[in-house]
Design a binder for this molecule. Structure first.
Ligand code: GLU
Length: 284
């Protein structure tokens, strides 16, 4: 008999602002499961988008989590310091013929969508109409030498490599069938950032041996694409535990833009960490 894998989970905030109660709920969901199981809890800073992320929020995240009573195992992984790792994964996909450069601007894409009879939407917005998928090799090479480009996954080709339909285990709910096609030709490296959330998150979960991905239910649809990337890159499938998003007393989702209180403002008001844990849905 093989020993069961020790539980490894993580909290992976983007440093675009101060942590609020919704983050506390999410962090505690992972931390409590890891600690109850004698497993590991990792902290990862998802900061590849330099236009939205700010370094001062990274130290604030660590400070707020420590104040809340959470600790984490090992060094904090800061994604922006590891862009070369994501490049290697992109190279693997490119070597399988699964990527193509996309030169389209947002307005090119909007025009392409407007011109097509169907305009299907996926979890990340309207599906890419495929304009650059049809470019010939010489045109690709010439434009790559002089224009910025994104890298897109050729979804039809990627799906054709699958030996069987994909699924994943949602803790406590069972097996869920995936439908990655609803993302269309997803962007895996952006013009301004040579990687994407979907690529980095699956890379790092695999690299860090994460066995249980705890995160908000808003990311449930993304799991279909994450499972596809794991399959294409030979990475193991973690179990997923998507938690309901914390809502206020009127049932509204707690998010920064809707004025969810930042943990540090609760702290300055003199509210104790234990009371904040209870407000975040995890009473001691
Ligand atoms: N960085 C993502 C966020 O802040 C979370 C990613 C994940 O948990 O998979 O929403």
């Amino acid at each position: 008999m093989t020993a069961p894998r020790p539980l490894v989970t993580r909290f992976a905030p983007s440093p675009t602002g101060f942590l609020h109660l919704g983050h506390a709920h999410s962090a505690l969901a992972g931390w409590r499961r890891a600690r109850a199981a004698g497993g590991r809890f990792l902290l990862r800073i998802e900061d590849i988008d330099a236009t939205r992320c700010r370094p001062e929020f990274v130290s604030a995240i660590e400070e707020d989590l420590a104040w809340l009573g959470l600790d984490w195992d090992g060094p904090v992984r800061v994604q922006s310091r590891h862009m070369a790792d994501y490049r290697v994964s992109l190279d693997h996909l490119a070597a399988q013929g699964l990527l193509y450069p996309c030169f389209c601007s947002r307005s090119d894409i909007a025009r392409g969508i407007a011109a097509s009879a169907a305009a299907p939407h996926g979890p990340d917005g309207p599906l890419y109409p495929g304009t650059c998928r049809h470019l010939g090799k010489p045109e690709r090479a010439a434009r790559m030498a002089r224009e910025p480009f994104a890298l897109r996954l050729d979804m039809a080709r990627a799906l054709a490599t699958l030996p069987a339909p994909l699924d994943f285990e949602e803790a406590g709910q069972g097996i869920i069938r995936c439908d990655p096609a609803r993302f269309g030709d997803a962007v895996l490296a952006r013009k301004e950032v040579p990687a994407s959330y979907h690529l980095c998150v699956t890379h790092d979960d695999a690299r860090d041996g994460v066995t249980l991905v705890t995160r908000g239910a808003d990311l449930l649809p993304a799991t279909d694409l994450h499972r596809l990337l794991q399959q294409l890159l030979g990475w193991p499938a973690p179990v997923y535990a998507h938690h309901a998003l914390l809502a206020d007393s009127l049932g509204r989702r707690l998010a920064k833009r809707d004025g969810a209180p930042a943990l540090r403002s609760l702290r300055t008001q003199g509210i104790s960490p234990s009371a904040v844990r209870a407000m975040a849905g995890w009473p001691d």
